[in-house]
Design a protein around this ligand. Structure first.
Ligand code: WQD
Length: 348
């Protein structure tokens, strides 16, 4: 099976690419590298070579908004008799804060880029896609744990673009129910790193997200962790989220491919999370216990757009995909820390 993996050199994409290659899928990565390092590809190859794993990995540096490029990718794959069987679509901008400052960029890259991709897939008769959606689409969590039929009410542009793309997928499926095989995976908070420390999270600039900021404090790249509010309606007052190990998330994509291969057509929206909620203080405590590091922090005011509590009901993923997360919060902390220790400056 040959998979086109858009955004395949990013934090999530690289872990999916590695897992697919280890499981015998041929992978074609399309990435613009605006948010990731080309060193990721080298690391993936080094790791697979070190395990004597035979693999077929190709990489194209390009933007999903470039329709001519997408056409050439699909035409060449047909002409070279290695057609693209399935697309895993991760490419897109993903910062909530940035989406509020540059909303049109997010509508352009995320939505028009996805429209481009879907038009091209339709043109070249590739009807299987796994889409990278996000728990951000739920907005304020009215009932917990969050099920897939929870109200969809994104409160930021990033989340709105993900809803728009899910609507495209819904309409596409309804236009020909016997043709399309579609899964939209709603990620909660992907964290940690591959246990080999060959790949991991390497945000550009100052991390927006808790976990990479925390590991950078631990390694001394950041002075102190700012905790955005300790007056939330939670047990200890700090925000509660669902942190899922990046390899559990990657395995959710492998399970999705296998599910799509078993169906004639489908449309499913599925949560991918750990199913547990942990507060910021709980994360800090576990990280300190697991790594022996001390994490200095200061309490700041709440961050715009934040919510108190959010964690997933993952029963649908268990039922449909026969998938459950295997890695503990301790494993998340250990793998994330090992990545940071072995790569103090990420991929650079
Ligand atoms: C987690 C908790 C913060 C940083 C975001 C996106 C979501 C997804 C994952 C793309 C919250 C607190 C954070 C810090 C802190 N990305 N925090 N100090 O906001 O749940 O989700 O990333 O799909 O779409 O919205 O993740 O890691 O930013 O925050 O106290 O320096 O940590 O208030 O409670 P979030 P996060």
């Amino acid at each position: 099976m040959r998979v086109l993996l858009t955004g395949g050199s990013g934090f999530i994409g690289s872990h999916i690419a590695l897992l697919l290659l280890e499981n015998g899928y041929d992978v074609l990565i399309l990435d613009s590298f605006i948010n990731s390092s080309s060193n990721v590809i080298k690391r993936i190859k080094i790791y697979l070579d070190s395990k004597d794993i035979k693999y077929k990995l190709e990489t194209i540096n390009g933007d999903i908004r470039d329709k001519k490029l997408l056409d050439s990718i699909f035409i060449n794959s047909i002409n070279e008799n290695k057609p693209i069987n399935i697309v895993i679509h991760l490419a897109g901008l993903k910062s909530v804060a940035e989406s509020l400052i540059k909303p049109l960029n997010y509508w352009d890259v995320n939505v028009l880029g996805s429209l481009n991709l879907l038009l091209t897939m339709k043109e070249y008769e590739c009807y299987s896609i796994v889409f990278s959606s996000s728990a951000t689409i739920y907005g304020l969590c009215e009932s917990l744990p969050i099920r897939e039929d929870h109200k969809i009410s994104p409160v930021n542009t990033y989340g709105k673009t993900k809803v728009a793309i899910e609507n495209m997928l819904y309409d596409l499926y309804k236009s020909n129910k016997n043709l399309w095989k579609i899964i939209s995976l709603r990620y909660f908070n992907p964290v940690g790193a591959h246990p080999s420390s060959m790949i991991g999270e390497d945000p550009i600039g100052i991390p927006n997200n808790l976990f990479p900021f925390l590991t950078q404090v631990a390694i001394g790249r950041q002075r102190m962790l700012q905790i955005y509010g300790d007056d939330w309606e939670t047990n200890d007052g700090s925000g509660v989220r669902d942190y899922i190990h990046i390899n559990d998330l990657a395995e959710g994509h492998l399970a999705s491919l296998e599910y799509l291969n078993s169906k004639d057509s489908c449309l499913e929206f599925i949560n991918l999370g750990s199913g547990h909620g942990y507060s910021v203080f709980q994360i800090i405590k576990q990280f300190e216990i697991s790594t022996g590091c001390k994490i200095p922090f200061s309490i700041q005011s709440r961050r715009d757009g934040d919510i108190a509590k959010c964690y997933a009901d993952i029963s649908k993923a268990k039922r449909l995909l026969d998938w459950t997360p295997k890695r503990s919060l301790e494993q998340i902390c250990l793998d994330g820390w090992n990545w940071q220790v072995n790569n103090p400056n990420g991929y650079s």
